[in-house]
Design a protein around this ligand. Structure first.
Ligand code: HEM
Length: 342
């Protein structure tokens, strides 16, 4: 059952942490670009999952790439988590969504953690350390803070690191985010859906799985020592796709006994079986960014029959939170609900 008051509070907690109002736009992942593409499943995919997008016929896809930070300003070159939200347009007309980011694991386990995180991880003024403060740090064998980027007056990492120092489960996600850097292209990063989903095979076997997108062009970040550029990711993607399509492989990792099913802060061992489920080919930047970028509304619980959410409390909370955010910003309606699914 979706608790709409908690969903609204989750969205409000995010809005309260914004550096500046965003108007009728997403309060996180505000800056993004809609792209058109097509997904074709691999030959083995249908042996593992009966969902329509894994049966082998080409399935049209809408993708929105985004910068993780909430706020009206576009800082492409800043170190920041990036998002890749994909809708597989299957024949039921509702679609099946997969939302992923460049973080391998999330930093909170449930809604209570999320509220505490947003209380501690507030933006803090960011100032440049003097040379002697840096020297003192080095003498103490401590790596001094980097200089703020141009226009970077508020630090997003300090509060998150404080939270991680107090909560061990948050450390993997927060430390990854702190050093994540900026990709040279949205098409040159790998993206992870972090939660566990249950997929059903044609013989009825249900398996716990986690999904990731791997870029065929390889992962590549900008030079962390160079001055970050502001707006290059949209133009780069447009120019790239005008020359040649960009491809991502959808990898599905199968969980085993003892793996964390309902906790997206916990990684699975790297030795788990990974199945290549298919290839997403990005064809062009959408001409209608209002419909395919700004108004489109994804939800990690919008799933084709054959894929079910796990009981991960964060995944469950996102059902209502994304819907509440969609209502605030006037996104396209998300009609699915647990009640409809019956
Ligand atoms: C309790 C935890 C979370 C909350 C409250 C939350 C909240 C939100 C909200 C309110 C939005 C804007 C939705 C819209 O207006 O359409 C959003 C977008 C997004 N979130 Fe989350 N989120 C959470 C966890 C996660 C996790 C675990 C991931 C990792 C996969 C994630 C990835 C994204 C991405 C990629 C977008 C942009 C989607 C788009 O382009 O439409 N979020 N989140």
């Amino acid at each position: 059952m979706v608790d709409t008051s908690v969903a609204k509070q989750l969205v409000q907690a995010i809005i309260d942490n914004l550096p500046a109002p965003v108007g009728p736009r997403r309060p996180v992942h505000t800056i993004g670009i809609g792209v058109k593409g097509e997904f074709v499943a691999s030959n083995v995919a249908r042996n593992y999952c009966i969902a329509e997008q894994f049966q082998g016929q080409p399935v049209p896809a809408s993708v929105r790439f985004s910068n993780g930070l909430g706020g009206p300003d576009q800082h492409d070159g800043w170190s920041d988590v990036r998002g890749m939200a994909t809708r597989f347009h299957i024949s039921d007309g509702k679609g099946s969504d997969l939302i992923a980011t460049t973080l391998g694991e999330f930093f909170v386990r449930n809604v209570d953690d999320f509220f505490k995180f947003t209380e501690i991880a507030k933006l803090a003024p960011y100032s440049r350390l003097s040379w002697w403060q840096k020297l003192c740090d080095l003498v103490k064998l401590k790596v001094p803070d980097r200089d703020p980027y141009l226009n970077e007056t508020e630090n997003v990492n300090a509060g998150a690191l404080r939270y991680a120092n107090q909560h061990r489960f948050a450390q993997l996600g927060v430390f990854q985010a702190a050093v994540i850097g900026a990709p040279v292209s949205y098409a040159r990063a790998s993206y992870h859906a972090v939660h566990t989903f249950w997929v059903t095979a044609p013989n009825g076997v249900r398996r716990p799985v986690r999904f990731s997108w791997q870029p065929v062009a390889g992962v590549c970040n900008t030079d962390p020592m160079a001055v970050p550029q502001d707006k290059y990711l949209f133009k780069e993607l447009d120019e790239r796709l005008k020359k040649w399509p960009a491809r991502f492989m959808l990898m599905m990792t199968i969980g085993e006994a003892g793996d964390a099913i309902d906790d997206c802060t916990k990684p699975w061992p790297g030795t788990r079986l990974r199945i290549s489920m298919g290839t997403l080919t990005l064809l062009k930047v959408s001409e209608d960014q209002e419909a395919d970028g700004e108004r489109i509304s994804f939800n990690p619980n919008r799933l084709a029959p054959g894929i079910e959410p796990s009981a991960d409390p964060i995944l469950e909370a996102r059902l209502g939170a994304y819907e509440a955010s969609r209502e605030i910003r006037g996104g396209c309606p998300f009609k699915w609900s647990k009640v409809d699914a019956g």
